[in-house]
Design a protein around this ligand. Structure first.
Ligand code: B16
Ligand code: MG
Length: 213
């Protein structure tokens, strides 16, 4: 297989922010009187902020006004941003920096395809934004994951076909998006994905770029 480009999901693939999202959503769920644990949080991974709150409300069979819904979204994001104030390169997941450097040396393009509206802010805090030819995030798409738009836009901006491009993902919604878009789908660090991906890696250290490029 000849690969020309790599697209990375952000939360859970490049950086360890998924736990911060979980704690922030748990706090929201408590305000609403809805029980919410790590297993419930699996359903939220990779999906947009709006869809995440809709799912939590579904879990508790609750309906709320649009105004309160928007207020809770703002509060969740404030809580989340506060919890990642000190984010830096030590929060990158194992193998990330080495892979980005190797891809650059080998002339492969890299992009980020994230549902997060905070992606650009996080990438600059991590000081890795300069490695990416394209960053497509929750602000740039009309249809969130599991729709493939986020990855298709990334491939277009890099000038490559989806079939020439690996997508690294940690969430079911992201893997569904990658497969629907015709990308080579690598599941990373989430064993529940094994049966749904083209390839599975426990972490990015295990990925050998030479085998695919
Ligand atoms: P925000 P990814 C996703 O990012 C997260 O997995 C998900 O937990 C989060 O709710 C979503 O971004 C929206 O994030 O509230 O920062 O806009 O995994 O697609 O990089
Ligand atoms: Mg993710």
């Amino acid at each position: 297989m000849k690969i020309k480009a790599l697209i990375f999901d952000l939360d859970g693939v490049l950086v360890t922010t998924e736990h911060n999202h979980f704690v922030a959503w748990k706090n929201t769920a408590e305000v609403l009187g809805i029980s919410f644990d790590e297993e419930d949080n699996e359903q939220l991974k990779g999906i947009s902020r709006v869809d995440s709150l809709k799912k939590i409300l579904e879990m508790g069979s609750k309906t709320i006004s649009e105004e309160y819904f928007n207020e809770l979204l703002l509060k969740k994001n404030e809580f989340y941003l506060n919890s990642i104030q000190n984010l830096n390169q030590t929060n990158l997941l194992p193998g990330v920096l080495e892979l980005l450097k190797k891809a650059k040396d080998m002339g492969l393009k890299c992009a980020v395809g994230s549902s997060s509206k905070n992606a650009r802010f996080i990438l600059s805090k991590l000081e890795i934004d300069t490695y990416f030819t394209a960053i497509v995030d929750g602000n740039d798409v009309s249809y969130p994951k599991p729709h493939p738009e986020v990855f298709i836009k990334g491939a277009e901006l890099m000038g490559v076909e989806p079939s020439q491009c690996i997508v690294f993902e940690d969430a079911q919604s992201g893997i569904q998006a990658a497969i629907k878009g015709g990308f080579v789908a690598f599941g990373v660090g989430n064993a529940a994905l094994i049966d749904h991906v083209d390839y599975y890696l426990p972490n990015l250290i295990e990925f050998s770029l030479e085998e695919y490029a």
